[in-house]
Design a protein around this ligand. Structure first.
Ligand SMILES: *Cc1c(COP(=O)(O)O)cnc(C)c1O
Length: 366
């Protein structure tokens, strides 16, 4: 017993995690805050979903349906999918974590692109596996480099499509080329959190690929176009083996009843979804055009946000712009954590919010 530890000690993986820092929500001394830092839905949520959430308050003493049957059926109907292949989670973040838990551990590698969503690294470290970051080209995942880097240790490849924070999209043909080039033992996870915002005809969220194979999963969320980020609701669509594994590792009641109830209404509210998508399309074009006119290049975005290039230092730096905007109560996201210190990620707000943002940036430039 000589080398017995004197205090309970976490495994080494979790201790390598730098806790996720979310977007700022308030600034001292400012009354009105325009929050463009977390890719939230500026139009709120479906009125029917909000009503269902409130009605769920009458039955809070009861456990939720652990099988999420009604929600899986509502998703399947809305999206033309098989309900048996759907697993619901407390945000798609939970599905991503559960995939790591079920498929990776110490000695394994989990791959993501260099500016891929940060949760991939965190969920990988949490289970003691090794995150492998693959350099991108033009702020876009490099499919050939990912194929070349895959090896016998690669248990999962995460691909956000479109990606957050870059906004860039991988055409369906390239996603399929990636899948075909990866080893058979590697699980491909297509994180399609922004699928509903994409207009490009070459895009496919991933469901068709999932249905054609036994090694690919798609994840989706209610936090973005459905405007239910506060409820923590997401889902995965996968082959039988993956669904079975996720159902074994998840908590039996991992999704709260008010979230299930609101989700059923949200996924069926086509009018709200269209409203949010159309508003985003118009405003994303307007914000992109204005940023470029002010001299800040924007990566082609397919999501509800844009990634704009400021400077790394000097008067037009990302840090000075962030500071300037904060004083006006406008919150956007710094990108150091993603290895992009010269960039800012700006969520697309309502027309009024974007007007305030662009007005402030004109003053910043002047
Ligand atoms: C916002 C986002 C999610 C969604 O996370 P939730 O846990 O469902 O809120 C997943 N992936 C990416 C890339 C995102 O940007």
């Amino acid at each position: 017993m000589t080398d017995q530890q004197t205090t309970p000690t976490p495994r080494p993986g979790p201790l390598r995690i730098a806790p996720y820092v979310g977007g700022k929500a308030s600034v001292g001394g400012v009354n009105r805050v325009v929050k463009l830092s977390s890719n939230e839905n500026p139009y709120g949520a479906s009125p029917a979903a909000i009503a269902a959430f409130k009605a769920a308050g009458d039955t809070l003493a009861l456990y939720p349906d652990g099988g999420a049957t009604a929600l899986r059926e509502a998703i399947a109907k809305a999206e033309g999918l098989d309900p048996a292949r759907i697993v619901c989670g407390a945000g798609s973040d939970e599905i991503l974590s559960l995939l790591c838990l079920a498929y990776a551990g110490p000695g394994d590698e989990v791959m993501h692109s260099a500016h891929g969503f940060l949760m991939y690294r965190l969920s990988t470290l949490a289970v003691g596996a090794e995150p492998v970051s693959i350099p991108e080209r033009d702020l876009t995942a490099d499919i050939d480099a990912m194929i070349a880097a895959a090896n016998e240790k690669t248990k999962i490849v995460f691909l956000a499509n479109p990606n957050n924070p870059t906004g860039t999209m991988i055409p369906d043909a390239d996603v399929r080329r990636l899948r075909d080039g990866l080893p058979a033992h590697t699980l491909l996870v297509i994180d399609a959190a922004y699928a509903e915002y994409v207009d490009d005809p070459d895009y496919e969220a991933g469901a068709r690929l999932v249905e054609q194979r036994d090694d690919t999963v798609m994840t989706r969320t209610f936090s973005k176009i459905h405007g239910l980020a506060a409820l923590r609701l997401g889902w995965g669509y996968g082959p039988e083996g993956v669904v079975d594994a996720l159902n074994r590792v998840r908590g039996p009641f991992n999704v709260a009843a008010p979230a299930l109830a609101a989700g059923v209404e949200a996924i069926a509210d086509g009018a709200f979804i269209t409203h949010a998508r159309d508003g985003n399309r118009v405003e994303r074009a307007r914000v992109t055009e204005a940023l470029e006119r002010l001299g800040f290049p924007v990566a082609p975005s397919h999501g509800n946000f844009v990634l704009a290039e400021f400077g790394e230092d000097g008067p037009r730096s990302a840090a000075s712009a962030d500071e300037f905007l904060q004083k006006r109560g406008i919150l956007i996201r710094r990108m150091e954590g993603y290895g992009l210190p010269a960039h800012l990620r700006i969520s697309i707000g309502t027309a009024e919010e974007n007007g305030l943002l662009l007005g402030a940036l004109e003053d910043f430039v002047a």
